[in-house]
Design a protein around this ligand. Structure first.
Ligand SMILES: *Cc1c(COP(=O)(O)O)cnc(C)c1O
Length: 395
């Protein structure tokens, strides 16, 4: 396999840089700066320092023996990104990009957020590195995610409501890009997933690939073999890409990305970009996209706000077409059942996003052999979802 993306940021036919002229230049400068920093020992050591002493890396790899006993076969391991500061894998990326912003002389970061998880992680990094932080968030999401809005504000970030379009993540991303166009001199756009124009899909993947690197070492030590299956949920695609990346060359490691089927694919209320989308352009990249036949972007639906995005990172689109990664969709109901099962078996409440990855186990485990090793990326913890869970499950 050739190293992807190519110099222009293409993963096969996907990716690229579909942005206005001003940003072509900014993306080019960012690419050059990043290519230089990634090879610089001091920068890499600094990133590692913050990941270890501030965020809480390396995260544990836990063998879920009770859960495996429940299914009656196989070995199940959980990569515990839920144990990180701010509760999910997002801090891996915001700390690294925050450091990068500082190193390239920017004093201000802008970020988009849907549920507010990336907004909180970005605002947190801004505190650590002394950067001004503006977060764009759809007015509808602001209403739905009051607690995270409060957290961002108390962390010192300015939260700007976006009232255009559907007033959700898609529109917030457009506004963040617009802000960057107008302030490229002093501003870094701290994008939250493996999406957007080149170099973001590559750079965010690299920053998140610490998840897979650690997992590889840990599983070789514990199970004395590579995993047979890797499972991760796919919203924009950053926890899954970071988890899968260091195993792509190991042809025997099967990988499955789980996206949100919402109320069911047939209902039309879902975020199953890979199953129901077609290639299109959104937010500066070419990738699978939920759109109608006139090219209008469709609204995505999921019980977990973090999977509620109508497109997906371009490298995932490439991996889908190449067949290297399989993508399946999980309904809200299946995710809730998985939340309940993991909580009862292991005393771990997963984020509803991560519950989508867990929800594939009942489908997979009956097909596994006794010696098979399955590793699930537990991208985040469930604290933020307790109100939603409470509406659906009785204690
Ligand atoms: C944001 C989020 C996701 C989805 O984003 P990816 O870029 O697909 O990883 C998944 N899990 C959690 C806990 C999140 O906060």
């Amino acid at each position: 396999m050739t190293r992807l993306p190519d110099a222009a940021g293409h993963f096969g036919p996907y990716g690229g840089r579909y942005v206005p002229e001003t940003l072509i230049k900014a993306c080019g400068e960012l690419t050059r700066a990043y290519q230089k920093l990634r090879k610089e020992k001091k920068f890499c050591e600094e990133v590692r320092y913050y990941l270890e002493t501030y965020a809480g890396r390396p995260t544990a790899l836990y063998e879920a023996r009770n859960l495996a006993a429940h299914f009656g076969r196989g070995r199940i391991f959980l990569k515990r990104e839920d144990l990180l500061h701010t509760g999910a894998h997002k801090i891996n990326n915001t700390l690294a990009q925050g450091l990068l912003a500082k190193r390239i002389g920017k004093t201000r970061i802008v970020a988009e957020t849907g549920a507010g998880q990336h907004g909180v992680a970005a605002a947190t990094a801004a505190c650590v590195f002394g950067l001004k932080c503006v977060v764009y968030m759809g007015a509808v999401d602001i209403e739905r995610q009051a607690l995270n809005v409060y957290k961002m504000k108390i962390l010192g970030a300015e939260v700007r409501p976006v009232t255009s379009g559907s007033q959700t993540l898609k529109d917030a991303t457009n506004e963040a890009i617009r802000d960057w166009v107008g302030h490229v001199e002093d501003t870094h756009y701290l994008l939250g997933s493996v999406m957007g124009p080149h170099p973001y899909p590559m750079m965010v993947r690299d920053f998140q690939s610490v998840i897979g690197k650690e997992t590889r070492g840990q599983i070789l030590k514990t199970a004395k073999k590579l995993p047979d299956y890797l499972l991760a949920c796919v919203g924009g695609g950053s926890n899954s890409m970071g988890f899968f990346f260091n195993f792509l060359k190991d042809r025997k490691v099967r990988m499955i990305g789980l996206e949100a089927a919402g109320e069911g694919i047939a209902s039309g209320h879902h975020a199953a970009t890979m199953m129901k989308g077609t290639p299109g352009i959104l937010h500066g990249m070419k990738s699978y996209l939920l759109q109608d036949k006139n090219g209008q972007v469709q609204l995505a639906h999921s019980i977990s706000a973090g999977l509620d995005y109508p497109s997906v990172g371009p490298e995932h689109s490439y991996l889908k077409d190449s067949g290297r990664v399989r993508y399946e969709a999980i309904t809200d109901r299946e995710a809730l059942r998985a939340f309940e099962l993991l909580t009862r078996c292991e005393g771990i409440m997963p984020a509803l996003e991560s519950a989508h990855a867990m929800a594939y186990l009942p489908k997979l485990m009956p097909k596994t052999k006794k010696t098979d090793v399955v590793v699930v990326c537990l991208s985040g913890r469930g604290d933020k979802d307790m109100a939603t869970v409470q509406q659906h499950l009785k204690a």
